[in-house]
Design a binder for this molecule. Structure first.
Ligand code: BES
Ligand code: ZN
Length: 850
C-alpha cells in the first residue's frame, strides 16, 4: 500500500545493480505470526555497473538487526527498503528480520494457507521475506535451512541434511529471488520417478493435504509426459535430483515455476473423474507442462527486468500449446486458443488497457501479467516460427540455450539469436514487441487473364500513448479453392509487410475463392467484406481446419448482428450449412462441438460498436437465445443422432477421444433442453458418474429454471470439496438468465461458504457475474455496483486479485451513455477509496483514461 503518488518505472531507465550476489544463506525459524528470517549474503562489487548507493528492497519487514563483515550497522530504513554504507570491496551482509505469515492475506511473500506455510515471490514478493536486491538480473545460489515442527519442509534445489525440527536445501543453479520458494506443513506426497535422457534418476513428488492423494495420479503422468516431451522436442533435460509440486488452496494465480519446487493453486493440479471436468483435466495437464517448461525458458534463462516478461511467458505459453497439440488435437487446440485470444486479448488491446507485448512503463508489475504479454506474446513466437520455418526455429532455439544459459536476457538477445541463426533482419518484426493494438487487415481481390490478385491493407488503430503506427510484418497464410471446391493453391505463406501490398497468382481458368489467414497465422482482425456465399462455401469445402471453422463463426456473427439490428430471423443458409458439417462423421466430434459454438455476447457487442452501433446487451442476449432455439427446432432429426455418437460406454477417461464426445454431447444437450424443458438433462444428472456429465446436466437444469432440487443435491453431495463447491457457486450465476444474475450473486455472497478471502471462491462468484454479459450489464447498474462494492472490500485484503478483476470495466466505452455514466461513477468510487492499493489505483486510472 502506498500513501504517496505512485511511482512509474520505465524500461529506458534500466541500470544494472552495483553488486553481484555470490551466495545466499537463509534460515527460517517458523512461527505463524512471528517468523524470523536470518540472511547471510555475500556481495561483491559489479565493475560493469554505475556508482550507486547500496539499496536493498524490503517491505512489511521488522528489522531485528544487521551486520556487515560481523560489525553491527544501522541502515536507513523506509517502507520500501534500506540504504546503508558498505565497504568498497566484497563483504558479508547479515540480517535478521521478523515477518507475519499468518497476517499476510495478500498471498505474496511468505504466507499461510490452511495451516501450511508457503511462498509466492514472483514478481516482487521476495522483498516481503527479507532485505534483498529483488530484481531478476541478480542471480545467486541459495542454501536454505528451515526450522519448525512441520512434518514436511521444502525449498528449492536438492535436499541436504535434515533432522528433528530442521531441514536444509541447496540449489546449485544461480537464480533470481523471484524463483525462491519455501513450503512447510503436514503434507503427504504422491511419489513418482523419471529417468532423464542421459540416465539421471529424478525423484518426483506431488505434495497435498491428507485426503487429496487420490487426485494426484493424473498430474504425475502429465509431469512425466512434459519431461519427456521437452527432451524429445527441445532437447532439454531436467537438472536437479528432485522435482516437487505442492498444491495450495489459497493462491492468486494458477501456478508458479519456482526452481525445483513448483507451487500450484490446488485447482490446477488436483484432478479426479468424480470432481473434475474434462476441461479441468486438460488445464491441469497444460499448466503442469507450462511450469515445468519454465525450467529452461524462465529459470535457466531468465529475464533481465520485468519489462522482458514475455521473453519467458510468451515463449512458455507457446511451448505448452505445442505440447497440448501433440498430446491431443492440433486443430482443436488452435481454435480454442484463438477463441481465447479474441475473447480476452483483443478487448484488452482495443481498449484503455492496451499495451505492447513488451511494455515500456508500469506502476505495479503484477498488473502486466496480461493476455497481451502471455497470449499475444505466444502468437509473436508462432509468427516468428512461421516466418523462419520449423528447421530454422529449432536451430535458433539451440543457439538461444547455448548462448544464454545462466543469463538474464532481453527481447533484443532473443531476436539476435534468430538473426544470427537465419541471417534475417528482424528490425521490422520487432514492432510486434513495441507496438500495441490489433492490426486490422482489409482485403480486396481482382481476376483478369487467368491472374488472381489479392491486395491487403493494414492499419493499427491508435492506443494509449501510441497515436501513430508503422506497418508490421504479417505472415499471411493463404490457400485458394476452385469454384468446385478443389484446392488449387495449397497453403502458402505471404509476407505482408507494407501498408498496402498486392500478391498475384496466375494460371487459373476461373476466379478462385480465397481462404485467408489459415491457421490464424497472425493475431490480426481480418476485415473481409466477403459475401455470405463465400463463407458458406468455405464452411463446406475449406481444407484448413481453422479457416473452415472461422467461416462458420463469421456466418454466425453476421446473422446475430442482423438479428440484433433489424430483428431479422436467423439465416437458414448458415444453419443448414452447419448441419452438413455436423453430419460429417469423419470429423472429430470435438471439432464439430466447436463448430456448434457461436461468438460470445461480449464479442458481438464489440462488433456492433466497431460498426458504429451502441450495443444493447439485452437485445444481444435475445438474439443468441433465438438463434439457439431455431437451431434446436430445425435439428430435431440431427440432435438424437449426434447424441448417440456422443455416448461413451467405456469407463471414464479424460483423454482427447472421450472428452471430444462429451463436448459434442454437451453442445447437443444445451439445444435439446430447449425442446424438452430439461428432461434429458434431468436424466443425465441422475445417472452421471463423472463431473463433466454432472456439471453439463446441472448447467442445463439451471438454464431451464429446473434447478432447485439439483442445486441442493449437488450441494449436499459436494459440500466437503472446496474445488467442486467453487463450481457450484459459479455455475448458478453463469448458467442463469440475465435478470437473475445480480440477485443470485448477491445471495451467494451471503452464503456461509462464501469465503471471500479465498481467491478461487471470490473469482468463482464475482468472475461468473462479470462474465455474464447481459447480467452484468443490467440496465439499472446493479451489477456494476455489486462488483465495485466487493472490489473495494477485497482491496484491503488482496490487491493483486482485486486489480485483475477491475478488467471487467475495461470495455465500458462501448456502451450507451447511461451505462457509461454508471460505470464511470463506480470506477471513481473505487479510486477514491482510502488507502487504495497501488495495484488497483493503476488499473482504475488506466481504465478511466486518467
Ligand atoms: N510465472 C507465472 C505465475 C505468476 C504470474 C507469478 C503472475 C506471479 C505473478 C506462471 O508461470 C504462469 O504463467 N502461470 C499461469 C498459467 C499458465 C498456464 C499460463 C497462471 O498462473 O495463470
Ligand atoms: Zn508462466
Amino acid at each position: 500500500m502506498k500513501a504517496e503518488a505512485p511511482q512509474t518505472i520505465y524500461l529506458k531507465d534500466y541500470t544494472p545493480f552495483g553488486w553481484h550476489v555470490e551466495s545466499v544463506h537463509l534460515t527460517f525459524r517458523l512461527a505463524p505470526n512471528s517468523t524470523r528470517v536470518l540472511s547471510k549474503i555475500r556481495f561483491a562489487p559489479n565493475p560493469d555497473a554505475p556508482a550507486q548507493d547500496f539499496f536493498l528492497h524490503g517491505e512489511m519487514l521488522k528489522l531485528i538487526g544487521a551486520k556487515i563483515d560481523g560489525a553491527t550497522v544501522t541502515p536507513d530504513v523506509t517502507d520500501e527498503g534500506l540504504t546503508v554504507t558498505v565497504p568498497s570491496g566484497a563483504f558479508l551482509w547479515e540480517a535478521e528480520v521478523e515477518i507475519d505469515p499468518k497476517g499476510n492475506t495478500a498471498l505474496e511473500g511468505l504466507y499461510m494457507s490452511n495451516g501450511m506455510y508457503c511462498t509466492q515471490c514472483e514478481a516482487e514478493g521476495f522483498r516481503k521475506i527479507t532485505y534483498y536486491p529483488d530484481r531478476p538480473d541478480v542471480m545467486s545460489t541459495f542454501t536454505v535451512r528451515i526450522e519448525g515442527d512441520e512434518k514436511v519442509k521444502l525449498s528449492n534445489g536438492n535436499p541436504q541434511e535434515a533432522g528433528e525440527g530442521f531441514a536444509e536445501w541447496h540449489d546449485p543453479w544461480p537464480k533470481p529471488a523471484y524463483l525462491f520458494a519455501l513450503v512447510a506443513g503436514d503434507l503427504v506426497n504422491f511419489p513418482g520417478a523419471f529417468t532423464t535422457m542421459s540416465g539421471k534418476q529424478v525423484e518426483l513428488n506431488i505434495w497435498v493435504r491428507p485426503g487429496d492423494e487420490d487426485k494426484c495420479a493424473f498430474g504425475m503422468e502429465a509431469l512425466k509426459k512434459s519431461m519427456k516431451w521437452d527432451e524429445d522436442v527441445y532437447g532439454r533435460e531436467y537438472d536437479l535430483d528432485i522435482f516437487n509440486i505442492v498444491a495450495v488452496d489459497d493462491f492468486n494465480m494458477g501456478a508458479m515455476e519456482n526452481k525445483g519446487l513448483n507451487v500450484f493453486n490446488s485447482s490446477c493440479v488436483l484432478a479426479s473423474p468424480e470432481t473434475s471436468t474434462d476441461a479441468n483435466f486438460e488445464r491441469v495437464e497444460a499448466i503442469i507442462a507450462h511450469e515445468y517448461f519454465h525450467n529452461w525458458t524462465g529459470n535457466r534463462i531468465t529475464c533481465r527486468d520485468w519489462f522482458q516478461l514475455c521473453l519467458k511467458e510468451g515463449l512458455t505459453v507457446f511451448r505448452d500449446a505445442q505440447f497440448t497439440s501433440d498430446m491431443r488435437s492440433e486443430p482443436v487446440k488452435r481454435i480454442s486458443d484463438v477463441i481465447d485470444l479474441r475473447g480476452r486479448q483483443f478487448p484488452e488491446d482495443q481498449g484503455p488497457l492496451s499495451h505492447p507485448v513488451r511494455p515500456e512503463s508500469f506502476q505495479e508489475i503484477n498488473n502486466f501479467y496480461t493476455a497481451t504479454v502471455y497470449e499475444k506474446g505466444a502468437e509473436v513466437i508462432g509468427m516468428l516460427k512461421r516466418l523462419v520455418g520449423d528447421e530454422a526455429y529449432a536451430r535458433a532455439l539451440d543457439l538461444y540455450f547455448d548462448r544464454h544459459d545462466g543469463q538474464a536476457c532481453t527481447i533484443e538477445d532473443w531476436l539476435k539469436v534468430f538473426e544470427d541463426a537465419t541471417g534475417r533482419d528482424l528490425a521490422q518484426f520487432k514492432r510486434w514487441y513495441s507496438q500495441a493494438g490489433t492490426p486490422r487487415v482489409s482485403v480486396s481481390e481482382s481476376f483478369a487473364d487467368g491472374t488472381y490478385s489479392l491486395t491487403f491493407r493494414q492499419e493499427t488503430p491508435p492506443t494509449p500513448g501510441q497515436p501513430e503506427k508503422a506497418p508490421q510484418v504479417i505472415p499471411m497464410a493463404v490457400g485458394l479453392l476452385n469454384p468446385n471446391g478443389d484446392e488449387v493453391l495449397p497453403t502458402t505463406l505471404l509476407e505482408f509487410n507494407q501498408s498496402e501490398q498486392t500478391f498475384n497468382f496466375s494460371g487459373f481458368a476461373a476466379k478462385p475463392v480465397p481462404s485467408l489467414l489459415r491457421g490464424f497465422s497472425a493475431p490480426v482482425v481480418l476485415d473481409r467484406e466477403a459475401g455470405r456465399d463465400e463463407q458458406a462455401f468455405l464452411l463446406a469445402h475449406d481444407t484448413d481446419t481453422f479457416t473452415r471453422w472461422d467461416a462458420g463463426r463469421q456466418l454466425a456473427r453476421e446473422t446475430l448482428v442482423d438479428m440484433v439490428l433489424t430483428g431479422a430471423t436467423p439465416d437458414m443458409a448458415y444453419i443448414d450449412g452447419l448441419e452438413a458439417v455436423l453430419r460429417d462423421e469423419t470429423l472429430d466430434p470435438a471439432y464439430r462441438a466447436l463448430m456448434m459454438g457461436t461468438p460470445s455476447q461480449s464479442e458481438l457487442a464489440q462488433v456492433l460498436a466497431d460498426r458504429g452501433h451502441v450495443p444493447d446487451p439485452d437485445a444481444i442476449w435475445q438474439a443468441a437465445e433465438t438463434l439457439a432455439q431455431v437451431k434446436a427446432e430445425r435439428w430435431t432429426d440431427l440432435l438424437p443422432r449426434l447424441a448417440a455418437e456422443a455416448e461413451v460406454t467405456a469407463p471414464y477417461s479424460p483423454d482427447a477421444e472421450q472428452s471430444a464426445r462429451r463436448a459434442l454431447g454437451a453442445a447437443v444437450l444445451s439445444l435439446q433442453t430447449r425442446l424438452d424443458g430439461g428432461a434429458a438433462a434431468e436424466t443425465q444428472f441422475g445417472r452421471a458418474d463423472n463431473m463433466t456429465l454432472q456439471l453439463s446436466a446441472l448447467s442445463n437444469l439451471i438454464r431451464a429454471g429446473r434447478d432447485d432440487a439439483a442445486l441442493k443435491a449437488f450441494h449436499d453431495q459436494w459440500q466437503g470439496d472446496r474445488l467442486v463447491m467453487d463450481k457450484w457457486f459459479g455455475l448458478q450465476i453463469a448458467a442463469t438468465t440475465p435478470e437473475k444474475v445480480v440477485p443470485r450473486t448477491e445471495a451467494l455472497t451471503a452464503h456461509p461458504a462464501f469465503d471471500w478471502k479465498n481467491p478461487n471462491r471470490f473469482r468463482a462468484v464475482m468472475g461468473a457475474m462479470m462474465m455474464h454479459h447481459a447480467g452484468f450489464h443490467s440496465v439499472d447498474g446493479a451489477g456494476y455496483r455489486l462488483l465495485a462494492d466487493w472490489l473495494i472490500r477485497l482491496d484491503d485484503v488482496n490487491p493483486q486479485t482485486t486489480a485483475r478483476m477491475c478488467s471487467a470495466f475495461q470495455t465500458w466505452r462501448r456502451y450507451d451513455a447511461g451505462r457509461q455514466e454508471m460505470i464511470r461513477a463506480e470506477l471513481e468510487r473505487i479510486r477514491s477509496k482510502p488507502k487504495l492499493s497501488r495495484d488497483v489505483d493503476e488499473m482504475v486510472s488506466r481504465i478511466l483514461g486518467a
